[in-house]
Each structure stands twice: as structure tokens, then as C-alpha cells.
Design a protein around this ligand. Structure first.
Ligand code: CNA
Length: 393
């Protein structure tokens, strides 16, 4: 496999297959039904947000953090010769990485979504963590190029070892040995160590990238051969999307290469959004959290939406109550003012009637209601029409 031209494509050079070399251009290509055989190629970077370190990221990568295992060199933990002599460091690591502890990422769910939409031709992965299976992707859709923790066997006689017993051993950091007592060889998960051949399945499916009408490469440094050669097998006119923190493997040098140099999870969300699949993807990913005690996000969202509606309703009820109370207060106030007024008016009337009887003329009481201009005898009759007819104020 020759080394791919790595010079980035000249921006001014137009794409051949896509309308634009962008996520939107890719989404249109998929929505137009032109991508029906998608091949995904993934590496450790799709699982880092689940909490599993990759190998080679400086500081956070596994190789940068193996000092505690006292290895002669970092890769020794995955060397079959070293394992034969000293299996303990591998089992120390295995107890940390064993499947069941980690929730799949939204990127794993995106691969499952491609499959459910009938668009996934194959998922090639270098990962050994089985998180794609945990995200609901059927085992036969993935080529685990470097094997996985899913099964295990004796490294000498190859006798398979039971899953439940393996789980117990790994939990207790015990070293499992062959069930055949005459063999008693070391048992190892079926992950490919340095010095071991790749599974036959890898070679049997190696032609698939040539049949693809879209390749999505995610979270790999594309440094481990022969896996690293797979993107080059994709036909020249077939679009390739790289979602990775860094540019790798010469991707970005072809006319239909699209680069999203960022976190895998945010990259797949961008693509899903451009496709109009984001809600569906998030709902699918939410289901993977149940096992880990994470409430499905959709429910949370619904809850949030509901409580927003409820809050609005509460607000309206409160406002209505306030208005009612204010109106009631106004009515009470009006009726009190009115009755005070009536009382005063009545007092004034009686006084005036008395004065009328005695013939005295007297200026209005200071406390009495104001008199209408120019009126004397009928000052308040237009207001107090309910008072005794024929009476004058
Ligand atoms: P690697 O060589 O460690 O490279 C990882 C790549 O992913 C690098 O280019 C990183 O920049 C990039 N990356 C890291 N995090 C992210 C992220 N969140 N978003 C986007 N990009 C990111 O790993 P490869 O898979 O390329 O190397 C192959 C080895 C790694 C295989 O043999 C695996 O078995 C092995 N491995 C697997 C796992 C796992 O199963 N989860 C973990 C660690 C190593």
C-alpha cells in the first residue's frame, strides 16, 4: 500500500462528486440518496469521551500513563512475548478497560443510526472496547480489526474460556488459565497483540472500502498498519469525511475530502444536524445511558419543557389572581368611599333640612362633600340621585 499524497487540496479546486466540500455538501449528498453504502473507520478517539484513553494523545493517552505498570516500554503491555512472561500488567489494565464500565458515546450511536437507516455497509474499528455493540450495532456490522474483549481463549491450545468466569477473574485481577488442565496455558481476551495476526474477518472484508460511496474516518491517528491503509482503498471520486482532533493519513488531499478537525462527538452532531437527524440521534444515545443510571435526555428535555409550560401557567394564574385581588380591593374601596360619601351627604342633608326649618343660612360643613359650582339647593342631586326624591341638598 503506497503512501497517500498528503498535501492538502487547493481550496480553489472544485469538488468532483460533492456540490461543496463542507458538512452541508456531504449532508446533501446523503439526503439525495447518493450515499447508500457508507463505510466507517474508527479508532480510539471515538471512545475518549466515554472515559477510555487513546494510546497516543500526549499527556492523556494510555502510553503516557503506564509508568505505574513498570513496563520495559509502553507497547509491552500489548506484546504477546511480554504477556507470556508477565501477564499481570495486562490484567491490571484490563480490569480498568473491561467492557460494561463505559457508556457509549454519541459517536457510537451515530454509527448505529447509519445502520438503522440502512446506509452502513461496514464499520471497521481498531477499538477493543465493544462500545459499538453497547450502542446497539449488531456484531456482524463491525470488523474488529484488532479483536475485542468480547471473547477470550487459551493462547496455546485456543480453547475458549467462559464469559462469566472471565468477568469474575478480571474483576478480581486474577490471571485466568486454560480449563484444560493438561494445557494450563494463559487465557487472553481475543484482542490482537503486537506480534499476532489480524483476524481473518479483516482480510475477508478488506475490499469493502472500494465499494463504498462514502467513507467516514473518525478518532484514529491512522498509524497502525494494515488498518491505516483502508482509507486509501476508497475510490478517488468517493467522498471521505475525517472527524479527528488532528489531520491524519493524508485525508484532505483529495477533491472530495471533507475535514472536521474537532472532537468526534461535536463533529457527528454537526453532520446529524445538517441531515435533520439530530433529535433522533440524541434520543437514540439517551437510551444508552439508562444502564448507567443516566436519565434519558429526551425525558429530561420533556420535563424541562413541561416545567417551563407549568411555570408560564403559574405566572398567568398568579397575574390573574393579582388582578382579581386588585379589582376586589378597588370595589371595596369604592364601596367604602361611596358609603362614607353617602353618610356625609345624609348628615349634610339633615343639617340643611334643619337649617331650612329654622330659616338660618349656613356655609357648608368643611367635612361635607364639595358642592357643584353655582348650585346651592341642588348641589349634589346629580350625584346622589338615589336620595329621596324632591329633597334638595
Ligand atoms: P491513537 O493512535 O491513540 O490515535 C487516536 C487519535 O484520535 C489521535 O489522532 C487523536 O488526536 C484522536 N482523538 C483523540 N480523542 C479524540 C476525540 N475526542 N475526538 C476526535 N479525535 C480524537 O489510536 P488509534 O485507534 O489510531 O490506534 C490504534 C490502536 C489504539 C489500536 O490498536 C487500538 O486497539 C488501540 N486502542 C483502543 C482503545 C479502545 O478500544 N477504546 C483505546 C486505546 C487504544
Amino acid at each position: 500500500m503506497g503512501q497517500e499524497e498528503s498535501t492538502p487540496i487547493d481550496e480553489s479546486s472544485p469538488p468532483f462528486t460533492l456540490e461543496t466540500r463542507t458538512v452541508e455538501g456531504l449532508a446533501k449528498y446523503i439526503k439525495d440518496g447518493r450515499a447508500r453504502r457508507i463505510v466507517v473507520m474508527s479508532g480510539a478517539g471515538i471512545s475518549t469521551s466515554a472515559g477510555i484513553p487513546d494510546f497516543r494523545s500526549p499527556d492523556t493517552g494510555l502510553y503516557a500513563n503506564l509508568a505505574r505498570l513498570n513496563l520495559p516500554y509502553a507497547e509491552a503491555v500489548f506484546s504477546i512475548d511480554y504477556f507470556r512472561q508477565k501477564p499481570e500488567p495486562f490484567y491490571e489494565l484490563a480490569s480498568e478497560l473491561f467492557p460494561g464500565k463505559f457508556r457509549p458515546t454519541i459517536t457510537h450511536s451515530f454509527i448505529t443510526l447509519l445502520h438503522r437507516k440502512g446506509l452502513l455497509l461496514k464499520h471497521f474499528t481498531q477499538n477493543i472496547d465493544c462500545l459499538d455493540r453497547e450502542a446497539g450495532l449488531p456484531g456482524e456490522m463491525t470488523v474488529e480489526a484488532h479483536g475485542s474483549f468480547a471473547t477470550q481463549r487459551c493462547i496455546d491450545c485456543k480453547l475458549p474460556y467462559p464469559d462469566d468466569e472471565m468477568l469474575e477473574k478480571v474483576k478480581n485481577k486474577d490471571i485466568p488459565c486454560c480449563k484444560n488442565e493438561s494445557c494450563n496455558g494463559l487465557v487472553k481476551p481475543d484482542i490482537v497483540f503486537f506480534g499476532e495476526a489480524l483476524p481473518a474477518e479483516f482480510f475477508a472484508n478488506r475490499e469493502l472500502p472500494q465499494q463504498a460511496d462514502l467513507a467516514i474516518i473518525m478518532g484514529s491517528s491512522l498509524t497502525v498498519m494494515p488498518f491505516a491503509g483502508l482509507p486509501q482503498l476508497v475510490r478517488e471520486e468517493t467522498p471521505r469525511l475525517l472527524i479527528n482532533l488532528e489531520r491524519v493519513g493524508g485525508i484532505g488531499s483529495r477533491r472530495d475530502d471533507v475535514l472536521l478537525l474537532e472532537d468526534c462527538d461535536s463533529g457527528v452532531k454537526k453532520l446529524a444536524e445538517a441531515l435533520g437527524w439530530l433529535e433522533e440521534l440524541e434520543e437514540m444515545w439517551a437510551t444508552t445511558g439508562v444502564k448507567f443510571g443516566v436519565e434519558p435526555e429526551k425525558k429530561e428535555e420533556e420535563g424541562m419543557r413541561k416545567s417551563k409550560d407549568e411555570k408560564l401557567e403559574d405566572e398567568i394564574t398568579k397575574l390573574t389572581k393579582d388582578v382579581d385581588e386588585t379589582l376586589l380591593l378597588c370595589e371595596k374601596h369604592e364601596s367604602r368611599v361611596r358609603s362614607d360619601f353617602d353618610r356625609e351627604a345624609k348628615k349634610l342633608l339633615e343639617k340643611q333640612m334643619k337649617m331650612g326649618d329654622s330659616g338660618d343660612e349656613q356655609e357648608g360643613d368643611d367635612d361635607a362633600p364639595p358642592a357643584a359650582e353655582g348650585s346651592k339647593g341642588h348641589r349634589l342631586s346629580h350625584v346622589f340621585g338615589h336620595l329621596k326624591k324632591g329633597s334638595s341638598l
